[in-house]
Design a protein around this ligand. Structure first.
Ligand code: ADP
Length: 138
């Protein structure tokens, strides 16, 4: 079964939207296969957002992601990667359609509520980055 990595970002927890957002994922039939709360640090964020490291807004992303705890989750299901990206909506919350998670709850291009893996390769790498095998294998 396909797996994806979700991060409920600091804005999601601050706004007490974790249950609402997770409810949308569960309503689609996806299964929680791993879950932990974490305080992310600069080294891990540099790896996770390596593709943005040279952007002028990278320090802003890093300090936003360090600004409070996150919940990191593995969700499992048929075609879960693509389906979750569709539910989440595009990066910029101001351009995301109503009915998407970012469109309904995000503030802007940075404070956009959740991270979701964008391909099978990144899902595999991200799950390995945030979880140990025995965190999610029963
Ligand atoms: P996504 O999260 O939709 O896969 P990216 O991988 O391009 O998008 O960006 C990672 C994260 O970096 C975004 O979710 C957002 O928090 C932040 N980000 C992306 N683009 C911008 C931008 N132009 N300005 C500020 N923050 C941004």
């Amino acid at each position: 079964m396909e797996k994806t990595l979700i991060i409920f970002k600091p804005d999601c927890l601050r706004k007490r939207l974790m249950g609402t957002v997770l409810g949308r994922f569960e309503r689609e039939g996806f299964t929680i296969a791993g879950c932990k709360m974490a305080q992310l640090g600069p080294d891990l964020l540099k790896q996770h957002y390596a593709h943005l490291a040279d952007e002028p807004f990278f320090p802003g992303i890093s300090s936003f992601m360090e600004s409070g705890p996150v919940v990191v989750m593995i969700l499992e299901g048929d075609n879960v990667i693509k389906k979750i990206r569709k539910l989440v909506g595009p990066t910029d919350s101001e351009k995301a359609a109503a009915g998407t998670i970012r469109g309904d709850y995000g503030d802007n291009a940075m404070r956009n509520v959740v991270h979701a893996s964008d391909s099978p390769e990144s899902a595999r790498a991200e799950i390995r980055r945030f979880f140990n095998e025995d965190d999610f294998q029963i």
